[in-house]
Design a protein. Sequence first.
Length: 251
Amino acid sequence: MIRKTKLPFGILESRKLIQKFSENPKIAAKQFLERENEIVVLKEELEELFPYKNFQRWMNEFGIALTKLKLKSRGKDEEKLILASRTLDELTYNINVLRNREKILSKYGIYKPTIGNTEKLKDKLENEVKDGVKKIAPNLSTLLGPILAANLIAKARGLKNLSKMPSSKIQIIGAEKSLFKYLEEKQKIPKYGMIFKSNFIQEAKKENRGRVARLLSAKIMVASRLDYFSDEDKSEEIREELTKELEKINK
């Protein structure tokens, strides 16, 4: 089977352009996103295959149009992810409430089917959240695990907001109530918020958890910026760096 290759201006097969996208770079960018073929052609080869005039100008306009389309598409995907993540939290809470009220509710015939159907719905939604966050934020998803990554994005109200935060703020996302008590009543300042759920912190020695939280927050900052500002997947590299630094702390 001959592999077809996607170019900015069409589809390539056996070194021949078998399908051209629109001469208009904006329309071509939309057509480009709609196709799933791989991109493996170098810039020098692209220029040789280009079927229109003004290659450099066309490619510049195409790049701008493609970036705008990607951001628009990502915005819609993020909205769905945030809603799904929040709904998943609500379903988990409702299931726990129902289970804690089993003695009262088990006498009703619809109790067990309700629990069963709600758990099935939760499982389906959880898979949807995992798939969504891996697509939107592969670096963050690999670092934290998909569910915690999705929760963090939802709490920050989007990947864009999260990517702009300093590590010190990322560290205490989700600890707003504790922070308010610290500011108003001079109570103990919180060391961490949602990231406390991370295995990295859970598995750390109690006396080291503050240092681990600061280190993890710094890596989250890097991962979220990579996910928002580029298509580069350095997740394994980031996780490996974190693991090595944690080994020094936990010695």
